[in-house]
Write a protein that binds this ligand. Structure first.
Ligand SMILES: [Fe+2]
Ligand SMILES: [Fe+2]
Length: 136
């Protein structure tokens, strides 16, 4: 369902805000770059996917660093989930480098939006609340 929401929203007004600025900014950027990848014409997904992947690595690294810095209780669970997703993203980049676009396209249009929706509603929400309290 979020897949539809994200696609329709392209812009970023529908990204659920968690009330922690660094994370909210990253989530808005993720959706914008995801949308750019979804909009790529056939045969031209590689470059926008690379920009999306670069952002995701930085986004997840920022969250990992904040969780580490503040001693988040579910640090390992959340970090492992980021690592799992970046592993899939790396596989998609390798396929795109070989000129294979089908799975990466399905990933940006279906799989990532679904995962992202759940991730924001669960791990990222709990993390944002924890960070806000830790810093508050
Ligand atoms: Fe996030
Ligand atoms: Fe996260």
């Amino acid at each position: 369902m979020l897949a539809t929401t994200l696609h329709a929203a392209a812009a970023t007004s529908d990204v659920p805000l968690l009330g922690y600025a660094v994370m909210d900014r990253d989530h808005v950027d993720s959706v914008a770059l995801l949308q750019a990848a979804c909009d790529a014409p056939a045969g031209e997904l590689r470059a926008p996917f690379a920009a999306f992947a670069k952002h995701l690595r930085e986004h997840f690294a920022r969250e990992n660093a904040l969780m580490t810095q503040h001693g988040f209780f579910a640090l390992h669970c959340h970090k492992d989930e980021h690592a799992r997703v970046l592993n899939v993203v790396g596989t998609m980049e390798a396929e795109l480098a070989e000129g294979k676009e089908d799975r990466a396209r399905l990933y940006v249009t279906e799989h990532f939006p679904d995962w992202f929706h759940t991730h924001l509603a669960t791990m990222d929400r709990v993390t944002a609340d924890f960070l806000a309290q830790a810093e508050g």
